[in-house]
Design a protein around this ligand. Structure first.
Ligand code: PY5
Length: 326
């Protein structure tokens, strides 16, 4: 298998072995980083690698950085260009996962967000499925609760917050499930450990609102648009009770990593028929075609890597530091 060879680190492209941090790094000690997870899909017919909704991921990274007071010295467009450039250098011709990270790089002691140096790094690796059972995951309601906005905001995709995800996912796996559904402090549905949650109730595609301590998912947004514009079914963002999980017709997770993964059972109770439902199935099929750049109407969501979109940046050279206009 082709492995990754490069990273973007401290303002330049370096070999992956050189992208190392000190044990004194702020982000390593306190979890003070923000990251993204972006996928690129290989289209064999076109011999092209397409990055899915690149700009949206970097808009979100900027928002996360605003919450954590991280100075991200690149615009959304520059971050996109750096990503294209990294993938070109790697030369991947297969599905790929990209991990940008903006973090507090100061070396020393002291928990605060202001007056601490920041940096940005990125690497990419070949990547297939996230949940093996994409056609029917066994889910449980976690005994853990989702982090909440007034303590540790889920809206900011920050590294430290993923302890909550790891606790939920680990408990689910130890108990023989594939994935966890996590409740808010108030006891309504929030999301999965690292993916958003949807259910179908009375024909309405329903998902927790963005004020339910969720990460505002880009796949979630994609799914809602497809349901409205292509399937012409009603979509609602609202509070979801736990017991609705036991009576809904269909349920699925979605996210960059998990893509669109049907939920076969929740707390050992079959969801609907226990098989992938018609709405979930249609959304999955559309999603996989769209991300691979096979649907002209949605091709604007797909950034080609192997074309002349991004300027080549010579090794070691840092793009101009440009103030972020927001
Ligand atoms: N909710 C959480 C907590 C997430 O971590 C993610 C993404 C999502 C929802 C879905 O967001 P999006 O659709 O924008 O990807 N999780 C990362 C991913 O790459 C993985 C984090 C370990 O899917």
């Amino acid at each position: 298998m082709l492995k990754n060879q490069y990273a973007f680190f401290d303002g330049k492209f370096v070999r992956i072995e050189e992208a190392k941090v000190s044990i004194m790094t702020h982000a390593l000690n306190y979890g003070t980083g923000c990251f993204e997870g972006i996928r690129a899909y290989w289209n064999d017919e076109e011999q092209q690698l397409y990055i899915f909704r690149l700009a949206e991921h970097y808009v979100r990274l900027h928002n996360s950085c605003r919450i954590l007071l991280i100075d991200l010295p690149y615009t959304v467009e520059q971050l996109g260009d750096l990503t294209v450039e990294l993938l070109r250098r790697e030369g991947f011709r297969e599905d790929t996962y990209i991990r940008p990270l903006a973090y507090k790089s100061q070396e020393g002691i002291g928990v605060r967000l202001r007056g601490v140096t920041d940096t940005f790094s990125m690497f990419a690796i070949p990547f297939g499925k996230y949940i093996d059972k994409e056609e029917g995951a066994k889910a449980c309601v976690s005994s853990w609760r989702r982090i909440y906005d007034t303590a540790l905001p889920a809206r900011a995709k920050c590294t430290g917050a993923y302890i909550n995800s790891a606790l939920c996912k680990t408990e689910a796996e130890i108990n023989g499930f594939d994935e966890a559904i996590v409740l808010t402090r108030g006891g309504s549905i929030s999301e999965g450990s690292a993916e958003n949650f949807f259910m179908v109730r009375d024909g309405v595609l329903t998902t927790p609102s963005i004020t339910s301590d969720i990460l505002e998912g880009i796949t979630r947004d994609t799914v809602m648009q497809l349901a409205r514009d292509e399937l012409h079914i009603p979509v609602r963002e609202r509070t979801i009770d736990r017991t609705e999980l036991y009576v809904c017709e269909e349920a699925f997770f979605c996210g960059t990593g998990v893509q669109v993964a049907a939920i076969a059972s929740i707390d050992h109770r079959p969801v609907g028929t226990g098989r992938i439902g018609p709405i979930t199935q249609q959304i999955r099929e559309m999603y996989f075609d769209i991300v691979r750049g096979k649907v002209p109407k949605y091709k604007h969501w797909c950034t080609p890597v192997y074309e002349s979109r991004a300027p080549m940046i010579p090794a070691g050279e840092m793009p101009a530091r440009v103030a972020v206009d927001m």
